[in-house]
Design a protein. Structure first.
Length: 147
């Protein structure tokens, strides 16, 4: 199983963050500009929440409120759920499934070191499964040619 650390090494450690005191529209602009579905809500280096497209849809649009007037802290999800670099891709997927979330901040020694999405973790599991299948096929072919 691949660790979150290895996944971050491959994908990068980019973290897109927003202040809890910013208007929601600024967070949405950041998310659109970066092509991401969630942004970390941070006060300095401290992770205080996460803002996802789902938060926006359910807490702003459906309630008929304005994203220009609402602040990020009013709609962010908290407390933030996170994972460590030493957890595995399968542990990350299990946590995401249990909590119904699609993005996980990665924390080490109290600091954010990256973010993984459900897509990152599914891709990693699929890659591992392809390697296992390839090895099994080679094993089967090697043993069937002996008979």
């Amino acid at each position: 199983m691949k660790t979150i650390r290895k996944i971050l090494r491959e994908k990068g450690h980019n973290v897109w963050k927003v202040s809890p005191d910013k208007p929601v529209i600024e967070a949405l602009q950041l998310m659109a500009e970066k092509g991401i579905g969630a942004a970390l809500v941070m006060e300095g280096e401290k992770l205080v929440g996460i803002l996802s497209e789902r938060d926006y849809a359910r807490k702003v649009i459906l309630k008929g409120k304005s994203s220009k007037e609402m602040l990020v802290k009013e709609i962010m999800s908290y407390p933030p759920i996170f994972i460590t670099p030493d957890n595995t891709n399968e542990q990350g997927l299990a946590l995401m499934s249990a909590k119904y979330i699609r993005h996980l901040p990665v924390m080490e020694d109290g600091l954010v070191v990256g973010v993984v999405s459900i897509g990152d973790l599914v891709k990693s599991v699929i890659e591992e499964q392809k390697i296992v299948i390839d090895r099994l096929e080679k094993y089967i072919l090697a043993n069937t040619s002996i008979t």
